[in-house]
Write a protein that binds this ligand. Structure first.
Ligand SMILES: Cc1cc2nc3c(=O)[nH]c(=O)nc-3n(C[C@H](O)[C@H](O)[C@H](O)COP(=O)(O)OP(=O)(O)OC[C@H]3O[C@@H](n4cnc5c(N)ncnc54)[C@H](O)[C@@H]3O)c2cc1C
Length: 447
């Protein structure tokens, strides 16, 4: 009987990336994927990766003509609710086919030495005499199989089946997400009726949390919307978008629906012989709920600690704890900051506030480019400040929105500082969590 170093539940992008990383470091890795190999990564078709991420994360960048490649663009527009004053951010984006890209990442994991078992579904953990995880029970074609390992990683996506199967006392949250803690995403794949409407980039309407972006067919587009609560609610907001924004004339071809976590990442992502990543650990970006690369960032931060723990044979919660610290103090703090800011401002800002922000120059191309690292010219900052002050003086921005924005900034700074001081050891975690809970109570959730 092979005893693996690490069993990974789920062969999506996160599981594949983790498998490759561990196998490259010489560990014996087994990936259990419930789908057959021709169904893996088929939950939806197109997803986006910022071009700069390929190098940072050391993942392959598919080229035109290759199976996973769909399209590329670099103009990312943000627009007001009436779509009259779009602002443009230049940030190269690559559109990829999820199924093909997942298979590509899995093939790299396999080349590095990981064993893949498709059509193999995790059912339960195996525990040793001390109550510690020592493997899993799985179902493969109706056969109940036991696999043994030093540790198990949950990369099962929204199902979070490993994390949610842990004993309550294990030290990782076993809660399922509520409707308020996820985005319901609806993608409409459409054919654009007039060639003059063909897209050279994307447009995002923050007021509706909706966008239009290219798809693999140059004569097509994807019109997307994301909202908490339910698909019905997302459809209601979409209907409002259709009434207000003059969308290009189009013919609907198909609709895809999916859900993505939109909440704080698991406070602790490790336990004795256990690690959680990807959607299973709520590692999606707080600006848009995208989670492919943000999960890989956490895996990158975790790999050295995981590898050392496997080498020394000590995969206890204490030994894996540095992963929590490394993540929460960096990307965790950044996402917490942005979430608090967005929740506060987006929940409070009215249609008119959004309209004014775009019309007045408070939001500008340069300001948006700063989001991808470009320096903000002093003139731009001055224009924004002037527009903000004029807005307040002329009551173009509602006083309640200004008050909410100030509170949002204060909350964002407080929560981000709190994450930056995530405890370096398990001691102090209870106190840290209690304070984080209190801060999140103040921050609230997005409408
Ligand atoms: C409509 C939509 C559009 C999106 N667009 C983007 C985008 O453009 N860019 C971006 O970065 N993110 C995007 N996201 C988010 C992104 O899809 C996820 O964050 C990402 O796919 C998570 O990867 P994962 O590997 O953690 O989970 P998944 O991709 O869900 O993989 C989990 C795997 O685990 C398997 N599994 C589940 N249970 C078991 C079990 N019991 N036993 C064995 N295997 C199991 C599943 O079959 C699956 O293959 C989008 C999400 C949605 C819904």
């Amino acid at each position: 009987m092979t005893r693996y170093d690490c069993i990974i539940i789920g062969g999506g992008t996160t599981g594949a990336y983790l498998a490759r990383g561990l196998a490259k470091r010489g560990h014996r890795v087994l990936v259990l994927e419930q789908q057959p190999n021709d169904r893996v990564g088929t939950k939806y078709d197109i997803f986006h990766i910022e071009a700069r991420e390929f190098t940072r994360l050391d993942i392959p960048r598919p080229q035109p003509g290759e199976a996973a490649w769909a399209f590329e663009f670099e103009k990312n527009r943000n627009a007001d609710p009436l779509n009259k004053y779009p602002k443009c951010q230049i940030n190269p984006i690559v559109g990829l086919h999820m199924h093909e890209y997942t298979l590509l990442l899995l093939s790299l994991a396999q080349k590095a030495g990981a064993v893949l078992r498709f059509g193999c579904t995790f059912k339960a953990f195996l525990f040793d005499d001390n109550g510690k995880i020592c493997g899993v029970r799985a179902d493969e074609n109706g056969n109940d199989i036991k696999f043994h390992a030093k540790m198990v990683a949950d990369c099962s996506g929204m199902a979070a089946i490993g994390r949610r199967s842990l004993p309550a006392s294990y030290g990782v949250s076993i809660k399922a997400l509520t409707d308020e803690e996820m985005f319901y995403v609806i993608l409409r794949y459409v054919h654009l009726n007039h060639p003059e409407d063909y897209l050279d980039g994307s447009t995002f309407w923050a007021y509706y949390k909706a966008w239009i972006a290219p798809c693999a067919d140059p004569a097509g587009a994807i019109i997307g919307i994301g909202a908490c609560h339910s698909f019905d609610y997302a459809e209601q907001v979409y209907a409002e978008l259709e009434r207000t924004v003059p969308l290009p004339a189009h013919t609907l071809e198909r609709i895809e629906r999916g859900r993505t976590p939109y909440t704080r990442n698991c406070d602790s992502m490790v336990a004795d012989n256990f690690f959680v990543s990807g959607d299973a650990g709520n590692l999606t970006k707080s600006v848009n709920g995208e989670g492919v690369t943000s999960s890989m960032v956490q895996v990158q931060l975790a790999l050295d600690t995981l590898s050392r723990a496997l080498q020394t044979g000590n995969t206890s919660r204490r030994a894996l704890w540095p992963i929590n610290r490394a993540y929460n103090a960096t990307q965790g703090a950044e996402f917490a900051f942005l979430r608090a800011l967005l929740v506060g401002i987006v929940n409070a800002a009215t249609f008119d506030d959004f309209q004014y922000a775009f019309e007045s120059g408070l939001i500008s191309d340069d300001l948006l480019n700063a989001l991808s690292g470009a320096p903000v010219p002093a003139k731009t900052l001055l224009t924004s400040v002037r527009a903000f002050c004029t807005g307040i003086a002329g009551t173009k921005i509602h006083p309640a929105t200004v008050k909410a924005a100030i509170t949002a900034v204060k909350n964002a700074v407080a929560i981000s500082n709190h994450y930056k001081h995530f405890p370096a050891t398990e001691d102090g975690f209870s106190a840290w969590k209690a304070k984080a809970d209190a801060l999140y109570e103040r921050i609230g959730t997005i409408r």
